[in-house]
Design a protein around this ligand. Structure first.
Ligand SMILES: Cc1ncc(C[n+]2csc(CCOP(=O)(O)OP(=O)(O)O)c2C)c(N)n1
Ligand code: SF4
Length: 517
């Protein structure tokens, strides 16, 4: 629980008055001990740091750890620049992850090494926010090497604080890409040898080879003078982001006394004596990048960008002819490779685009493309889509029993499951949803091609949900299916699926002896 540090003594007169019990005109800045705190815990930190009872008198960080000092400097800069309410901190994996227990700002936890990618998404969707990626050396320079290089190369307008302590701290001292030559770690017990483990990675220098970054500096938390330089660098990096000038990166050489097996004072000295010769302190970049203007991402509909012109008679994307009754419809289509599962999703999004909707399609399949299990997520929406990932679909199209059993429980209560089968399998219960069994494979066989079972399901889906118009489906099929004989079967399959729903399907919630739920 970071205590308020108290520096600076009040006027002796006030002090003696306090001692004598007189009630002087007490300056509100003076505390009960008679001291005027001139340097105290930043209001940017939470008042209370939540910890387990037995640990409540200490922070997550070991005594002498550089993370605490780095936190303090960042908090101070954010506060002085008035950025607290605009800041979003992205903490990935490592001791850096604990940042969200301390900073009273927006906090997002990213997967190991992926903070620059998460920060990119956040900054691009909220350009007026201050987005900070706070990463250790294992995180940034090992598992996350690709993310940081590409974020820097794209000149994302984020700030990266890279806490380099030359080791994996959280996991007990494995070698990091920044471990020094000769430095022992649990995975380099004889000391790092360039012949075996390669040389330390110099991330600041590496990033300085790129054109886009605006500011790159390496600092050290080794002694007061260098800590003051670190303070300035941190502030400058944040100012650069505040001013929209570009990507800023501060590498902070930082003590990890616990894993290095040193006391806090020795550890600080080690930063100066041992780390700085390998990682020289320097400003590697301080200029606005020259990025050609006018390349802003287009704010147009997907159909517009892909130049999909509606066919005669189909719905015009710019002037939707039918008013969709939904805000969005989320579908999951699942089955085996070869059943046209992914294709069915693609047909739906093409139809959605032609009807002027926002769409997304996210395929997922195993290593075997043919005969392995496959599914796709489809979203049709009147508004821009936040994520293509669908955890709880409104509609599941299950092309086989495995998919039915695997995904039916994900469907929202009151949602619809369309199952490719003459009847529901034994012991299948889905009381919260409407389940319809459609013998799509049999219908397709009778029409002359098992392949069109997915189109039978499409017909059933359109009839059951009315999410898109059958006319749009026809126009998409006419464009996509080049073989005329197959197109004819597809037409019939679409109609057969619709007719089945109209004339034969029974809908319920629990499987019955007649096979329908
Ligand atoms: C995908 C994944 N791989 C590995 C780990 C194990 N892991 C946790 S922290 C860490 C390294 C942290 O080191 P560093 O980034 O240097 O941060 P420090 O703890 O030193 O601040 C690793 C490998 C994990 N949590 N997730
Ligand atoms: S293990 Fe190292 S990096 Fe982690 S909190 Fe302790 S001193 Fe800090």
């Amino acid at each position: 629980m970071a205590n308020r540090s108290v520096i600076g003594v009040v006027d002796p007169e006030i002090k003696s008055e306090l001692k004598s019990g007189a009630s002087p005109e007490v300056d509100p800045k003076v505390n009960n001990n008679g001291y005027e705190p001139v340097h105290s815990k930043s209001p940017l930190f939470y008042d209370l740091y939540e910890r387990k009872a037995e640990l409540k008198h200490q922070t997550h960080y070991c005594p002498g750890c550089g993370h605490g000092v780095a936190h303090k400097l960042i908090a101070e800069a954010l506060q002085d620049l008035g950025l607290q309410d605009k800041t979003i901190f992205v903490s990935p994996v490592g001791c850096s992850v604990f940042a969200y227990y301390y900073f009273d700002v927006g906090n997002v936890q990213a997967a190991h090494g992926r903070a620059p990618a998460s920060a990119t998404g956040i900054k691009r969707s909220c350009p007026d926010k201050i987005v900070i990626s706070y990463q250790g050396d294992g995180d940034l320079a090992a598992i996350g090497t690709a993310e940081i290089v590409h974020a820097a190369n794209r000149g994302e307008k984020i700030t990266v604080f890279f806490v380099n302590n030359a080791i994996y701290g959280m996991t007990g001292g494995q070698m990091a890409p920044t471990t020094l030559v000769g430095q022992k770690s649990t995975t380099s017990p004889w000391g790092r040898r360039p012949a075996n483990e390669g040389f330390p990675l110099h991330m600041a220098e590496l990033i300085a080879t790129l054109e886009a970054p605006a500011y790159i500096e390496r600092v050290a938390l080794s002694d007061n003078k260098n800590i003051m330089k670190a303070r300035r660098a941190i502030r400058k990096a944040l100012e650069i982001q505040r001013d929209g000038a570009g990507f800023s990166f501060v590498e902070i050489l930082s003590p990890c006394p616990t894993i290095w097996g040193k006391d806090p004072v020795e550890a600080r000295r080690w930063v100066l004596d041992k780390m700085t010769p390998t990682f020289p302190l320097n400003v590697f970049r301080d200029r606005r990048p020259e990025i050609p203007a006018g390349n802003e991402p287009p704010q147009r509909t997907v159909a517009d960008v892909l130049e999909i012109t509606p066919k005669e008679g189909a719905h015009d994307a710019s002037k939707p002819k039918r008013a969709h009754r939904f805000k969005d419809v989320k579908l999951k289509i699942a089955g085996l490779g070869g059943q046209g599962v992914l294709l069915l999703g693609q047909l739906l999004i093409e139809m959605g685009m032609r009807e002027g909707l926002e769409v997304s399609w996210l395929p997922s399949y195993g290593p075997e493309m043919r005969s392995g299990s496959a599914h796709c997520h489809v979203c049709l929406s009147k508004e821009r889509i936040g994520s293509p990932l669908i955890s709880h679909p409104d509609v599941l199209v299950a092309m086989n029993e495995l998919s039915l059993r695997k995904f039916a429980h994900e469907v929202v209560s009151g949602g619809i499951v369309l199952y490719n089968g003459a009847s529901l399998p034994a012991h299948f219960y889905a009381p919260e949803v409407q389940v319809v069994a459609i013998p799509a494979a049999e219908i397709a066989d009778k029409l002359g091609s098992t392949k069109v079972a997915n189109i039978v399901m499409l017909g059933a889906l359109l009839e059951e949900t009315e999410c898109l118009a059958p006319g749009t489906a026809l126009s998409v099929l006419e464009d996509k299916v080049k073989k005329l004989d197959l197109l004819e079967i597809d037409r019939k399959a679409l109609t057969a699926g619709r007719l089945f729903i109209d004339e034969q399907a029974h809908i319920g919630a629990v499987s019955q002896p007649d096979g329908f739920a």
